[in-house]
Each structure stands twice: as C-alpha cells, then as structure tokens.
Write a protein that binds this ligand. Structure first.
Ligand code: IMP
Length: 466
C-alpha cells in the first residue's frame, strides 16, 4: 500500500507543487492534510499555469481523486470559487472530495484574523488574513463548525446561536469591528452546504479503501516544517502541522502506513511574513534571488524575504519528518552568483551552535556561520543529468546532501516538468517485517489467525493479523 508524503523542509514555497506533478502519473489520490487557503501551489502544465490555494493539485489530472482531508480548515466560498475557476478552464471538479470532519473557516474567523493582526501592529505574525489561526483556535476550543454541519441547517443555527454572540462581542468591543448577522450567516452557510453536498464525504474511509486496494496515495503538505505549530519558529508559524505527522492526523492514515516522505527544499531560503531568518540577505544577492527566483507570494503577492540556504534547521526537519529522500528545487536560480554560501552553524552570544534553537529569542540573535562555495555561470535550464552540472554546482548539491544525511534524489532546474534531474533512486521505508520467532518449537506461537480463523498467508496483499 504505497503512501507518499510530500513535505516542505523550509518556510513553505519550496515547490511542492512540482513534486506532486512529477509523481502524478502513478498516483490515484492526492490528499491535502492541513492548512487552508493560506497555501499557494503553482503548477505549470505546458503553457498553462494554475495557482491553487485549497483544492489539491491532483485535480489537474483526470485519473486522480483530489481529497481535502479532515485536518484542513475550509473556506467554502474559496472552495466554490476555485472549483468554478477550474471548470471555466476546462478542468473537471466533480470528483473533488472534502472531509465531513474538516473545520469551516467562517467569515468571523477572517475578520478576527485581520483585526488581531492590526492590533499587533509592529509585532504582527504577518498572516495571510485568511482566518486560519482563528478557525484552528475554535477547533481546539471545540466551538468550531465542521463541513458536515453545513448539511444540517437546524443544528447549524443552534450552534451559531451559541457561538456568534461571543464572536461579535470580541469583534465589536475589542477590535471595533462590525458584528455579523445570525440570519444572514445561517443563509450563507446553508447555501454553501447545498452547493457542496455532493463533495462532502468520509474521506478517511476513501483514503483507507484506496490504500487497501494498493493504490498510490499522495499526501500533499502545505507551508513547511519551519512554519509548523510545534516544530517551527513559534509564534511566527501557521496554526497547523505541516510536518509528515500531520498527514496521519489530518489525512486519515496511521504512521506505519507511510512508505516514503519526500522532503522538498529550495537551493536557497525564503520566508513570507515576520519572524527570525538568520540567513536573510538585504543586499544585491537577496535581490538576485527575489527577481530571478520570482519570489512573490502566490496567495498574497507579497515579496518573499530571501537568503542563503540554512542547513541548521535542515537536519531537524529531516528527523521530525522521517524524510526518506529530498527534492532540491530552483538550483538554476543560483547561476550567475560569484559565490554561494551555506549556513552550517550559528554563533549565538559568542557560542557556536549546531542545533536549531527552539527559542525565538535565541534564533533572532543567531549569526550565521557560512561555508563558501565557488559560484557558476552556466544556465542550468537544459541540464538533465547530474554529470552535466558544472562541477561547482555538483559540489554544492553534494554538500547539501551530506548535511541532510539522506539522498537528494531529484534536482529541479526550471519550472517545467521536464527541467528535472533524476539524480538517485528514491528509497522507501523497507516493508515491515515480523521479528523471527525463536527456533525452539516449545516457545513458538502458532501462526496468527486470518479472517475466518485460518492462518493469515504472508504477502497475499490482504490485511492480515499482526
Ligand atoms: P497564516 O497561516 O495565514 O496564519 O500565517 C502564518 C504565517 O505563515 C505567516 O508568516 C504567513 O506568511 C505564513 N504562511 C502561511 N501560508 C504560507 C504559504 O503557503 N507559504 C509561505 N508562508 C505561508
């Protein structure tokens, strides 16, 4: 049962959409497992460019079932608008499925996100203003609405009657905002429910059925490890778990169902929004990366902050995600720089630190310790094999691989699907093996019983007792 997770190893925008595109042929289902319409996936298909925020990028391939898992927070209006946009460009959306357990981003969440950011002025998170944090907060507070609730107008009204007065009070009294009208909200959410009814499903069952049939299911992470609520640069993070573990809780699988985790990273670093970024460059090189790399946010259009690659959080990201192989993107963007630098440690208060600090204050004081590499001039856009790369570029990739401790299997040298170097085999987790029983027959247990009481045959493709 092949399950692959694609996860960002930096602050998002690593090019995970291209990884999905490369694997799409073999995949039957693509599942989003966290985040919401704060994400931006850019997929280039021939001459067409698609920018998706909520619908999994699998929607662009007719043989793939795109699934929005229970861990996603869904703005139903965005979902409807995105499906309408896709239909108008000839992409069928009838098979999009959204979890009945996914939480709904309500209009008051969007209003609260904006109001709270405005209140933090000068110290804001720099959110995408999509209501992500407030929607996840309500989920944790157990006052959220789920997609299934949109199908039950009476229960929906009762829940909103309980929740809305408090939301309105906070909006009006704390933030000086406009309150929402109950009847109008009930009408709007009921309409969403009616229009989305054919798409709302038990997606955990769908995912499990696909896996039990041996189909390849891809779990598509949004944002990246350094924006993870637990492992990222808190509080300058998003409100969900982009790490691979998020695919279990938010996608409906167990940890032992995962066969491979592809970590995606760029050959340099970018970050949108506030928060510490030790290798940030405010000079000519930073401008080179911004302009040549076209580093502008897909969702907000904001300029991304750019800097050298930071290998300090890389080892941590590889570990917490159980990364089995890496896709390295945008190597071509570094062409033309006289030197390329790689941050291998920090100097904090006079000490050299190689572990990524979890304290934001420490990280804000971290000065990068760099290893410097020769640059290269050649345009890499046409390179298709590792041995065609300039020696300096090869040395840089080898150094990154050594620091990561897992193979860099794919290197991307352009947005197009063909601008890709398949550098190494992608290792997978070895199949689970049951520890051998002791040879002594007096201690050996009988073979485990399969369904119907018969001993389960090993390797028959059917689930068997442990
Ligand atoms: P939120 O997810 O809108 O709450 O924003 C929290 C932080 O995550 C901000 O710094 C955003 O800029 C950042 N963020 C959210 N989504 C993305 C993304 O898809 N790419 C990069 N940064 C993101």
């Amino acid at each position: 049962m092949p399950a692959t997770i694609i996860v960002g190893l930096q602050w998002g925008d690593e090019g995970k959409g291209k990884a999905t595109d490369l694997l799409a042929e073999s995949v039957a289902m693509v599942v989003r497992y966290q985040g919401g319409d704060n994400a931006g996936h850019t997929i280039v298909l021939g001459d067409a460019v698609f920018k998706l925020h909520l619908v999994p990028s699998g929607v662009l391939y007719p043989h793939i079932t795109p699934v929005i898992g229970n861990g996603v927070v869904v703005n139903p209006q965005t979902l409807l608008d995105e499906m309408a946009m896709l239909q108008s460009r000839g992409v069928a959306t009838g098979n999009v499925r959204v979890s009945e357990a996914a939480h709904v981003i309500m209009p008051y969440h969007v209003a609260l996100d904006g109001a709270m950011e405005a209140r933090l002025a000068g110290d804001e998170i720099g959110t995408t203003h999509r209501g992500i944090g407030p929607a996840y907060a309500d989920r944790a507070w157990r006052v959220g609405l789920r997609m299934a609730d949109l199908l039950e107008p009476r229960a929906l009204r009762a829940r909103l009657e309980r929740v809305l007065p408090e939301k309105n009070a906070v909006l009006a009294q704390t933030h000086g905002g406009e309150p929402f009208d109950l009847d109008e909200l009930v009408a709007r959410t009921t309409d969403w429910g009616e229009r989305l009814r054919p798409h709302i499903a038990d997606t955990t069952a769908l995912v499990q059925r696909a896996l039990s049939k041996g189909l390849h299911v891809l779990f598509e992470g949004a944002q990246g490890t350094l924006l993870d609520l637990d492992h990222g640069t808190y509080p300058y993070v998003t409100s969900s778990n982009p790490v691979a573990g998020g695919a279990c809780t938010g996608g409906g699988i167990g940890p032992l169902q995962v066969d491979e985790v592809i970590g995606v990273m760029k050959a340099y670093a970018t970050r949108v929004g506030s928060g510490p970024f030790p290798t940030e460059l405010a000079d000519e090189t930073g401008r080179h990366l911004l302009e040549k790399g076209r580093e502008f946010g897909t969702t907000t259009g904001r300029r991304r902050r750019c800097g050298w690659f930071d290998a300090v959080p890389l080892r941590r990201a590889v570990a917490v995600n159980s990364v089995t192989s890496i896709m390295l993107n945008k190597l071509d963007i570094l062409s033309g720089l006289p030197q390329v630098r790689l941050c291998v440690a920090y100097r904090i208060d006079g000490h050299v630190v190689e572990e990524f600090p979890s304290s934001g204050d420490l990280l804000a004081r971290a000065e990068p310790v760099y290893e410097t590499f020769d640059g290269w001039d050649a345009d890499l856009g046409g390179v298709r094999r590792s041995d065609q790369l300039p020696p300096a570029a090869r040395r840089y990739v080898d150094a990154l691989e050594q620091l990561a401790g897992v193979p860099i299997s794919i290197v991307s040298v352009g947005a197009d699907r063909t601008a890709t170097i398949l550098r190494r085999e992608r290792p997978r987790r070895p199949p689970l093996s049951v520890p051998a029983l002791a040879a002594d027959p007096s201690t050996a247990s009988p073979a485990p019983a399969g369904p119907g009481g018969t001993p389960a045959a090993a390797g028959d493709g059917e689930p068997s007792a442990p």
